[in-house]
Write a protein that binds this ligand. Structure first.
Ligand SMILES: Nc1nc2c(c(=O)[nH]1)N[C@H]1C(S)=C(S)[C@@H](COP(=O)(O)OP(=O)(O)OC[C@H]3O[C@@H](n4cnc5c(=O)[nH]c(N)nc54)[C@H](O)[C@@H]3O)O[C@H]1N2
Ligand SMILES: Nc1nc2c(c(=O)[nH]1)N[C@H]1C(S)=C(S)[C@@H](COP(=O)(O)OP(=O)(O)OC[C@H]3O[C@@H](n4cnc5c(=O)[nH]c(N)nc54)[C@H](O)[C@@H]3O)O[C@H]1N2
Ligand SMILES: [Mo]
Length: 877
């Protein structure tokens, strides 16, 4: 390893022209060579390096924390991590400021005064846990365990929350996935099994990107921006991005194609039409690996002409024809999608239409193609609590039979309608008051209502908008202070990783594994209630150690002790500083394994198996593989072992089983002055979580709304002018940012700004005194030079839900944009519960309540809903 002194470093970076010219590549080499080591710039003393797993957003990069005198002074990528390859993004580099946030909560709090009033009292952990345990105990003794509700946003606890709720016997567990990407998942799962793809960007020749901001957001923007850059530079790949705005990904692409919101599905079907019409499909792949024939597919796609799609999407028919030929002739090629196509009323149909292009061209599980995710599991300590006895209607609403990732953004309305009583609401790492449609007008209203929610406990280190309405706050700890197992399919190599405390929990902060165990021990002190036996861990470390016990190969390598030292397992090779890639022992770049569906079944697997006339291999009542050309393959992890182009269960409920497109009814006949509101993410922010991170807030703190030049001219606004954006559920006042990089019918307002909670920096209330909840003041807050915190759009976005995927229709809102009126002030946001309730009722009209439904849910027999899936068009927009 290169020995680096400060003098050598200066010699390389400064001085002569030749050195300056050499500097970038030398520096890059040094940086990766140095990976895993760091020095104090004054004393040259080596800093303590502790590997861990980043959790600033949710990409799960391997990180190394450098600690000096018990304080994290620097974060960097773990060079041994196969996906991260030594690099972190801007957010990852700033992660220590979660811990050192001067407004962090460092001891338990109890509200005094009215809920949401902002008055708090410091209490002891004993008092806090006794009160929470008492409330839970009350429900368990006098009510139904399902009255205890847990809603989490980000849950990387590795099963801890699930174990806790099962121990209590409650099935009322809600997540945030319906505001995230659920219709993408539901579009994919019945088709090929997993809910995500892993495109091989590094080795591809062509990327068709439908609505993902690969370089700035997306799962998994750090590893993927590295790989797509390699694809571009090393393989000369062409990248085509469909987006309603010129994201940095669209800017990096060879072509940005602005598409009318919600119409990606139509474009993808028309591309498929051209491919099939010109016989450019991979017939062998379709015949061998899907449940339809080439003839059927051709017949089905005949209707989706480029002219039809052009009319809907605004993408010219010639462009569709050209892209179709380019994509089909490029080999290998891959599609990629994220929230762009999915976050619409018919998002699941859109997703399926997009993935069909990789399927019909046979690019699946190929080098440079569209691959299955490679995951690696870890275990759960034994014994485990059984599943709760009764299901919860909030977690599994019968109107959404396919929403396997739930429809959590509609839950406030269902609680208000009395569909299920909630006596205790447990809130973990979830800020729906800021992040969900309706925001304060819906979730703030719900949380302040002590009749609907008699008790609210929030587990968080920060006074976010959701914590402001707590009865009790338990001071959870940020990611650099806790234990968690990790695994993510963020490259083509499976791995398990460890999040470990690189510093001790600050103040009285505690991690979830500790305080949830303490709660259970209070509820069942002597074990007589049968709960304690699932919660006998010596420590968090002991708990996590048990989780890694049975990971094949890891145990022999040293189990948890290996992970504490290296952060990740396995280590596939060494990072080559010259290329930034990982090499094996012979010095060659490591290669992923492809063709997972073509793994052959063993003789033992085939013992007692039968093969049907389609070639599907069955055993013990399950499909275990596919026989093709005399060989027995495992096939795809879908129920049938094939790719289900025709999804039979969708048809059972009256949805179309084949790839189709359905238009958003309220987008038809838009008036001249109506536009669509979209929302997106900045590369340096994570939804609600980073507005108080000073390094990131300095880079982006305001979110003026991008609006197309021609549109701005028509409306009569310039950059910086106040505009009023009016939706069917409210209005807001922000500033315009005039740009060519925006679809003329779309206005964009990002998330991440405009907080009304979350500490003084996020709110720009810097005159207020700090350290209210025990943290140390940060003198840097005196240096804040900006006075614009931006405006948050969610209050004016109604809660639309995809009847199949359950996803929130984030990108569907029809708005009017005008210059601000007299009296309008920057940052005004107006909306109401009643308006959102009205829109919620409209969205429920789209859900399926037909015959099959009534059979399965007799309680819905009298439900006045449409018998077919043809939706009623909501009045208004
Ligand atoms: N920096 C950063 N990275 C993140 C996160 C973060 O908060 N910040 N969050 C992580 C999470 S939780 C997620 S789910 C992912 C999301 O990752 P992405 O889905 O890649 O990112 P988004 O910004 O949510 O939306 C993607 C794009 O969809 C576009 N869009 C809107 N409507 C349409 C449409 O109808 N068609 C098309 N083609 N495009 C459309 C938007 O303009 C936006 O650029 O990012 C992850 N990574
Ligand atoms: N306008 C708009 N809205 C969006 C999006 C968008 O693109 N635009 N994106 C959507 C997407 S993709 C998603 S996934 C959702 C995410 O929405 P949420 O699940 O609500 O997630 P976050 O905002 O990331 O974090 C929620 C809260 O967790 C708490 N928290 C932070 N760190 C910790 C910790 O270490 N421990 C604990 N216990 N709590 C912590 C903080 O109080 C924070 O407010 O937002 C959605 N909302
Ligand atoms: Mo998300």
């Amino acid at each position: 390893m290169l020995e680096i002194t400060r003098r050598k470093f200066i010699k390389v970076t400064g001085g002569t022209t030749a050195a300056a010219l050499a500097a970038p590549s030398m520096l890059r080499a040094m940086e990766t060579e140095l990976g895993g080591r760091d020095y104090n710039p004054e004393s040259y003393k080596e800093r303590k390096a502790i590997p861990t797993n980043c959790h600033v957003c949710n990409i799960q990069d391997g990180a190394v924390a450098f600690v000096e005198d018990g304080r994290v002074v620097k974060l960097e990528g773990n060079p041994n991590h196969v996906s991260t390859r030594g690099r972190l993004c801007a957010k990852g580099n700033a992660g220590m400021w979660y811990s050192y946030d001067p407004d962090r909560i460092l001891y338990p709090l109890k509200r005094v005064g009215k809920r949401g009033e902002g008055k708090w009292k410091r209490i002891s952990w004993d008092e806090a846990l006794n009160e929470v345990a008492g409330r839970i105990d009350d429900v368990l003794k006098n009510g139904d365990p399902n009255e205890i509700m847990l809603k989490f946003g980000r849950n990387r606890t590795g099963g801890v929350l699930d174990r806790f709720m099962k121990t209590l016997g409650s099935a009322t567990v809600l997540n945030h996935t319906s505001v995230c990407e659920s219709s993408k998942k539901v579009g994919m799962e019945p088709t090929w099994g997993p809910d995500i793809e892993t495109p091989d960007f590094a080795n591809t020749k062509y990327v068709l990107n439908f609505g993902s901001n690969i370089l700035e957001a997306a799962y998994f923007h750090n590893p993927y921006s590295q790989r797509i850059t390699e694809g571009r530079v090393d393989s000369n790949a062409k990248i085509v991005t469909f987006d309603v705005r010129l994201s940095n990904t669209a800017g990096f692409s060879d072509e940005w194609i602005p598409v009318f919101p919600g119409t990606d599905g139509a474009v993808a079907l028309a591309i498929g039409h051209v491919i099939l019409r010109e016989d450019l499909q991979d017939s062998d792949f379709i015949t061998d690996w899907t449940n339809v024939s080439v003839r059927e597919l051709k017949a089905h796609y005949e209707q989706f002409t480029p002219e039809w799609a052009a009319e809907l999407s605004g993408v010219p028919a010639e462009t569709i024809e050209r892209i179709a030929r380019e994509f089909a002739h490029a080999s290998p090629a891959t599609t990629y999608t994220y929230r762009g196509p999915a976050k619409h009323l018919y998002g699941a149909y859109n997703e399926k239409a997009c993935m069909m292009l990789s399927i019909m061209t046979g690019n699946v599980e190929k080098r440079g193609g569209y691959c299955l995710p490679r995951g690696m599991g870890y275990g759960q300590p034994q014994p485990e609590p059984p599943a709760p006895k009764n299901d919860s209607v909030l977690a599994h609403p019968p109107e959404f039979p396919f929403a396997s990732h739930k429809v959590s953004h509609l839950v406030p309305f269902w609680i208000a309608e009395g569909r299920q009583k909630v006596s205790v609401y447990i809130n973990y790492m979830d800020n729906p008051v800021y992040t969900n449609p309706g925001a304060e007008a819906v979730w703030g209203e719900l949380f302040r209502n002590e009749e609907l929610i008699p008790f609210r406990v929030v587990l968080t280190p920060f006074m976010g908008e959701e914590a402001q309405t707590a009865d009790i706050i338990l001071p959870d700890v940020p990611y650099l202070e806790r234990w968690e197992p990790e695994s993510m399919p963020n490259s083509l190599w499976p791995w398990v990783g460890l999040r470990q405390p690189v510093i001790a929990p600050m103040g009285e902060g505690k991690e979830h594994r500790v305080y949830l165990q303490e709660l259970i021990h209070r509820l069942d002190p002597d074990g007589s209630r049968g709960m304690k036996k699932y919660w006998n861990f010596k420590s968090s470390e002991d708990y996590v150690r048990q989780q890694f016990e049975n990971v094949p190969g890891l145990k022999e390598a040293g189990g948890l002790d290996w992970l504490k030292k290296e952060g990740v397992w396995p280590i596939y090779g060494k990072l080559n500083p010259a290329t930034g890639k990982v090499s094996d022992k012979t010095g060659r770049e490591i290669r992923a394994e492809y063709g997972l569906h073509k793994k052959e079944l063993s003789r033992a697997d085939m013992m007692g198996a039968t093969v049907d006339e389609e070639g599907i291999i069955h055993k013990n009542g399950k499909a275990i593989g596919v026989q093709r050309h005399g060989r027995n393959y495992v096939g795809f992890p879908s129920g049938s072992r094939l790719i289900n182009v025709r999804v039979a269960e969708w048809a059972e409920y009256g949805f179309n089983p084949m790839p189709i497109f359905k238009r958003i009814p309220w987008h038809e006949n838009l008036k001249e002055d109506e536009m669509i509101l979209t929302t997106y993410k900045y590369n340096v922010h994570v939804q609600s979580r980073t507005a108080s991170i000073k390094w990131l807030a300095e880079i982006v703190h305001r979110n003026w709304a991008p609006i197309n030049t021609e549109t701005a001219k028509r409306i009569g606004v310039k950059t910086g002018d106040l505009i009023r954006v009016e939706s069917p559920v409210g209005h807001l006042v922000t500033k315009a940012y005039v740009t060519e990089g925006q679809h003329p019918r779309v206005i964009g307002i990002s998330t991440g700004c405009g907080h009304w909670g979350y500490g003084r920096l996020a709110q720009l209330k810097l005159k207020e005194k700090g350290g209210e909840f025990g943290a140390q003041e940060d003198p840097d807050l005196k240096n804040v030079w900006w006075d614009d915190k931006g405006v948050h759009p969610n209050a004016i976005i109604p809660a639309v839900a995809d009847p199949i995927g359950g996803s929130a229709g984030w990108y569907d809102t029809v708005v009017k944009v005008t210059p601000a009126r007299e009296g309008d002030r920057y940052g005004d946001v107006e909306s109401s519960w009643d308006k959102h309730m009205e829109w919620y009722k409209k969205t429920m009209d789209f859900t399926y309540v037909g015959d099959q439904h009534r059979k399965m849910h007799p309680e819905m027999a009298g439900w006045a809903g449409p018998d077919s899936v043809e939706p009623k068009t909501p009045s208004g927009h």
